[in-house]
Design a protein around this ligand. Structure first.
Ligand SMILES: Cc1cc2nc3c(=O)[nH]c(=O)nc-3n(C[C@H](O)[C@H](O)[C@H](O)COP(=O)(O)O)c2cc1C
Length: 311
C-alpha cells in the first residue's frame, strides 16, 4: 500500500470503506462475500478476533524484526499476498500492482491461475517473490504446460489449491449476475454508472481476461464458450493421485493450499509436499467449515516440525 493510501486508510475498516466507494457494489460483493449464508466468513473473523498476542516488555531483546525464512528464502514479514481470481475485475492491472508491491515489501506474491495477468507478466513484476497457484486442469497437456511455464518464468514455489472440488454457492454473485457465464443485470449496470473512475478505467483497459489460460482457449473470446471451458477443462478435483503426479512433474517446492484437517495434512506430507497452507478459502467454499486459525495448532502438533504449516 502506498503511503498516500495509508494516510487515507489507517486500518482495514477504512480501507474497506474506500474500496466500497470506488468499485461497483457487485465487484465489492465478489471480493468480500463468502458462500451460502456467509457464516464461514463471519466465523473466520470471530476466530481471528480471539487471537491474542502476549507481549514481554521487560525481557531483554534485540531490535524488532519481522523477517522470516520460508522454504529456504528470507522474507521481510511472515505473510504474503494470497491468490485472487478475476483480479482485473476489481481494478485493471490489480495483480500487477500487488506483484510489484510484494516485491518491494519482500513478501511472497501468489498468482492465481485465473488472475487477469499471465504467469510471465507476474514473474516480471514480482521477480523472486513470485509463487504460482495452480488449479490443475483436466487436460494433462495443459497441466504440464502451466507447470513448465511457471518453471521457465523462474517460479520456485507451486501452490496447488485443493479446496475447490466444485465452486461454492455465492448468493450475492448469483444475484448480481456474476456467474459462469456472466449475466449483467440492470442493477449492476446502475452500480457501474455510480462508479465513474472504475468505469473509465475498465473502458480504457478493456474487459479483463484470464491471461494465463488464454493461450489454451480455442474460442474467439465468446463468454459462453469461455465459461464452458472453465467448467469442463480448468479445474480438476485434486485427489492424492493427482497430487502425486504434480509432485513427480514439478521440480521445485510444492505447497498445498486449502488444508482443513490433520488427516489431509498428513496425506499431503506423504506425497512429498514441502509446505501446507491451512485455509478455508476465506470462507468462500464451505459455509460450515472450521476457521483455519482454530486448526493450525492441532495440525502443527500432528505433523510436528516436518514441514512449514501456516494459516
Ligand atoms: C475475491 C477472491 C478471489 C480468490 N481467488 C482465489 C483463487 O483464484 N485461488 C485460490 O487458491 N484462492 C483464492 N481465494 C482465496 C484466497 O487466496 C485466500 O485463501 C482467502 O482470501 C483467505 O485467506 P486465508 O487462506 O489466509 O485464510 C480468493 C479469495 C477472494 C476473496
Amino acid at each position: 500500500m502506498s503511503n498516500q493510501t495509508m494516510n487515507k486508510a489507517a486500518n482495514i475498516a477504512q480501507l474497506k470503506s474506500m474500496a466500497r466507494s470506488r468499485i461497483p457494489g457487485f465487484v465489492y460483493d465478489y471480493l468480500s462475500s463468502g458462500c451460502n449464508d456467509d457464516l464461514a466468513v463471519e466465523n473466520n473473523r470471530k476466530s481471528l478476533d480471539q487471537v491474542y498476542l502476549q507481549p514481554y516488555y521487560l525481557r531483554p531483546s534485540g531490535p524488532v524484526q519481522l523477517s522470516v525464512e520460508i522454504l529456504g528464502r528470507s522474507y521481510s514479514a511472515p505473510f504474503g499476498v494470497a491468490p485472487l481470481g478475476l483480479s482485473g475485475l476489481i481494478w485493471p492491472k490489480a495483480s500487477e500492482y500487488q506483484a510489484r508491491a510484494a516485491k518491494q515489501a519482500n513478501i511472497p506474491f501468489i498468482l492465481s491461475t485465473v488472475a487477469s495477468i499471465s504467469i510471465e507478466r507476474a514473474a516480471e513484476c514480482a521477480e523472486d517473490c513470485f509463487w504460482f497457484q495452480l488449479y490443475p486442469p483436466t487436460d494433462k497437456n495443459m497441466l504440464h504446460d502451466l507447470m513448465k511455464r511457471a518453471d521457465v518464468a523462474g517460479c520456485k514455489n507451486l501452490v496447488v489449491t485443493i479446496d475447490v472440488p466444485s465452486l461454492g454457492k455465492r448468493p450475492r454473485d448469483i444475484r448480481s449476475g456474476l456467474t459462469v457465464p456472466p449475466k449483467l443485470t440492470l442493477g449492476s449496470f446502475f452500480q457501474v454508472l455510480t462508479r465513474p473512475a472504475w468505469a473509465m478505467a475498465m473502458a480504457w483497459h478493456g474487459r479483463p481476461e484470464f491471461e494465463t489460460i488464454k493461450p489454451y482457449l480455442k474460442t474467439t473470446g465468446n463468454m459462453a464458450e469461455l465459461s464452458d471451458f472453465i467448467r469442463k477443462t480448468l479445474k480438476d478435483i485434486v485427489d492424492l493421485e493427482l497430487l502425486k503426479q504434480i509432485r513427480d512433474q514439478w521440480p521445485h517446492q510444492l505447497i498445498v493450499k486449502g488444508i482443513s484437517s490433520r488427516e489431509d495434512a498428513e496425506l499431503a506430507l506423504k506425497v512429498g509436499t514441502d509446505a501446507i497452507i491451512v485455509s478455508n478459502h476465506g470462507g468462500r467454499q464451505l459455509d460450515a467449515s472450521i476457521p483455519p486459525v482454530e486448526l493450525v495448532a492441532a495440525i502443527k502438533n500432528k505433523i510436528g516440525e516436518k514441514i512449514p504449516c501456516d494459516g
